[in-house]
Ligand binder design. Structure first.
Ligand code: DGJ
Length: 720
């Protein structure tokens, strides 16, 4: 709900458990008065006016009792006395970048405005959400910024973006156009972020805020393995279950910044948006730039509460299409089984063995097109390598076994050794006078260009129209360097990175519209583009090329800070660190599948896999719709990780524990969360009965269970 209090000029945005309050001060300064636990409506006046003294701080000559230097500014700008990190910087016709936005008007309406070309949260019905638009204007540059806030009635999420229009007669340049700023009146927080690298994505990191700047960014052209576009501010001492936690996630797949700055008043500003480094956008008179969206959640119930708020929000308002609700086919992928070394018969044999195990889809990974037998050629030549493969026969056989069929693409890349590159050398991302850098023997294809997109998407469409494909894995295996496009004029070169991302979105949009039944899985050398932008188009993303179940614990726990279980591609592979049971228990958390040669399994392994397939079906609903509780996090100890999924009605729970390292002590009482304290739960298999209260307050006694290195156990609890 969004309410305006005219006498004190505050606008209050309420979600079920949170409030966000804006204040309009004399002079049109828009202030960020409060964000946190839900407030009543009647005493907001007390939030409004006091500011710390500001002896060196500049003021507008008409409003000398006020300085932007010390005020909690809602959308701070450059050059007008606020010296902290700013959200907007406009270089006007005079050549300076002084920008001064003032409130003009606001309106509230049901539903959410569209964001053409950009991924965003959505509501099925206008009644599910409400939007506030605050119009701000800089009289000098004639730039108008409409701050757009959407409040979702069924979850504690607020989405923000900004529409910036040049209302003047002269061209201006945006040098920084961020999506959100939140100013908090304290520095008593830890910054939580997810760092990583290839095969080690989304590793939890927590550090206390200090005065000055701290944060994360990507300049790699994609959201990256290295930093996920997510951050949380957790009140000092907050745990999984206690304390106040703010979560910020950027719905974008390119360069980003999330920066926190603590000022001399021990106040914290946190901004989210496209990284200003390398960004510049020309706005001719009448033109508009729309920033990507930032999602905000707040939890008074610790880090776990924040995660569940994100999960609910993304499950309902980000994931779309047929596969939002429908059970995803349990797949086997050819990559770790065969790499490039396959032909029609080998893949048919995979499908035959997989069928015997109950697996539902065969995915043919990299190596089916052009003349690709290794990673040195053919990206861009998206036609079947007929010397290697009879794709028609393969798909017919797979379908006739009752299995679905999936295919791999890497549409935004081009190999120097490809027909496409030989025909169009200027289609790769490059700048003049410099040979483009190479990574994994490939260049990046310039998908900021409509003609390039048309060609590549056209090639994909031809294959997908000719062959009945059920699933597509969209890969992206390098970072961008020499970021330039032959089509962009010099004065617009700062637009390249964003135009590249918009190009990717346009292609994924076309793909999902043209083939609405296709299950799309994004991937970027594992989880190098695991972000909400990608999730808008594909309900699942391959979480990591690392399929070792112990390493996966950190990756999956980290990913779960803001992304729901149903989005995490997780497969059982032939890696040897643990047995198949543990591999299956860990992969069951995500969109389950296999990544191994099914001809190489022992009878015992085949037996275990059949049980896992049955468990996948049995627990799909609980995992997809239930709430995730991180019970023991791998970053808190070296020995044990544990988590559970609890059904919405709290009548069912699946608890999983993995012993990362053998521990010479025996006592293990695992305190569960999210159960009904008054219900009595029975453990499937053993028949043990315990109250929810006992399981949560005293703990489930797992002493002696999963005792050795790499062992795991699962307990399925059902309320009577
Ligand atoms: C990287 C992906 O993460 C792998 O799963 C596989 O698809 C390879 N690329 C293929 O080149």
């Amino acid at each position: 709900m969004i309410t305006y209090n005219e006498p004190i000029r505050t606008i209050k945005l309420d979600t079920p458990h949170t409030s966000y309050v804006l204040g309009i001060r004399d002079g049109g300064f828009l202030l960020n008065l409060y964000y946190g636990r839900r407030l009543p409506d009647d005493d907001l006046w007390s939030l409004s006016n006091r500011l710390p003294s500001a002896s060196f701080s500049p003021s507008d000559p008409e409003y000398t009792d006020f300085s932007t230097d010390v005020a909690p500014m809602e959308y701070p700008t450059d050059g007008r006395g606020d010296f902290r990190v700013s959200a907007l910087s406009v270089r006007g016709a005079d050549g300076d970048s002084v920008t001064d936005l003032r409130y003009v008007s606001h309106r509230v309406f049901p539903g959410k405005p569209d964001m053409p070309g950009l991924p965003h949260l959505y509501a099925d019905r206008d009644s599910q959400c409400e939007t506030l638009e605050v119009t701000m204007r800089d009289p000098r540059t004639a730039v108008e910024a409409v701050l757009v806030y959407t409040v979702f009635e069924d979850c504690d999420a607020i989405a923000k973006h900004v529409r910036i229009t040049n209302r003047g007669g002269q061209t201006v340049k945006l040098e920084c156009a961020l999506s959100s700023c939140v100013d908090l009146p304290s520095m008593g927080y830890d910054l939580i972020t997810l760092w990583g690298r290839h095969a080690k994505e989304r590793q939890f990191e927590r550090r206390p805020l200090a005065h000055g700047l701290q944060g994360i960014r990507s300049k790699r052209g994609s959201s990256s393995h290295n930093h996920n576009p997510f951050a949380a501010l957790a009140s000092t001492g907050a745990t999984e279950t206690t304390g106040e936690v703010y979560g910020f996630n950027f719905v974008y797949s390119g360069n980003f910044t999330i920066t926190a700055e603590v000022d001399h008043n021990a106040a914290t500003r946190i901004v989210v948006g496209i990284d200003p480094a390398g960004f510049e956008w020309t706005l001719a008179p009448g033109e508009t730039f729309i920033t990507p969206e930032a999602v905000h959640v707040f939890s008074a119930e610790g880090i776990g509460g924040m995660s569940r708020a994100f999960h609910r929000c993304y499950g309902e308002h980000l994931i779309r299409g047929r596969w939002k609700e429908e059970k995803r086919p349990l797949l086997i992928n050819s990559w770790e089984a065969a790499f490039f070394d396959f032909d029609t018969d080998k893949l048919i044999s995979f499908a035959e063995r997989a069928k015997e195990l109950g697996i539902e889809m065969l995915v043919m990974d990299d190596g089916w097109f052009g003349k690709r037998d290794n990673d040195k050629s053919s990206l861009g030549d998206w036609f079947v390598n007929e010397k290697k493969l009879d794709l028609g026969r393969l798909i017919d056989s797979v379908h006739s076994m009752g299995l679905k069929f999936g295919i791999w693409y890497e549409p935004e890349m081009i190999s120097p050794d490809s027909e496409l590159y030989r025909a169009h050398p200027d289609w790769c991302v490059h700048v003049s006078g410099l040979a483009p850098s190479i990574a994994r023997h490939q260049y990046v294809l310039d998908v900021s260009r409509p003609d390039v997109r048309e060609n590549v998407y056209g090639q994909m469409r031809e294959v997908l129209c000719r062959y009945p494909v059920d699933y597509l894995k969209w890969d992206f295996n390098r970072n961008l360097s020499e970021a330039g496009s032959a089509l962009l004029p010099a004065e617009r070169s700062g637009e390249f990175f964003h135009r590249f991302v918009l190009g990717t979105y346009e292609m994924q949009d076309r793909l999902t519209r043209d083939f609405p039944d296709l299950l799309l899985e994004n991937c970027s050398g594992g989880g190098g583009r695991f972000d909400p932008g990608m999730l808008y188009y594909s309900p699942q993303i391959w979480a990591s090329d690392n399929t070792d179940p112990i390493e996966r614990l950190n990756i999956q726990f980290g990913t779960s800070l803001c992304y729901p279980a149903s989005t995490m591609g997780a497969h059982v592979s032939a890696c040897r660190r643990t047995g198949y049971r543990t591999k299956g228990d860990v992969a069951l958390w995500g969109t389950f599948g296999y990544e191994l040669d099914p001809n190489d399994l022992t009878d015992e392994e085949r037996g275990i896999i059949k049980e896992q397939v049955a468990e996948y079906h049995k627990f799909w609903d609980l995992i997809r719709r239930g709430s995730l509780y991180r019970l023991i996090c791998p970053w808190d100890n070296d020995f044990v990780s544990a988590w559970s999924f609890v059904s919405e009605d709290r009548k069912e729970a699946l608890v999983t524990l993995v012993r990362m390292r053998r521990q010479e002590e025996t006592l293990l009482r695992l305190k569960l969360q999210g159960l009904d304290p008054d219900a009595v739960y029975t453990a499937e298999g053993t028949g043990g009965r315990c109250s929810g209260a006992l399981l949560m307050y005293a703990g489930l006694d797992l002493t002696g269970e999963a005792w050795d290195d790499g062992e795991s156990c699962k307990i399925h609890l059902v309320a009577e």
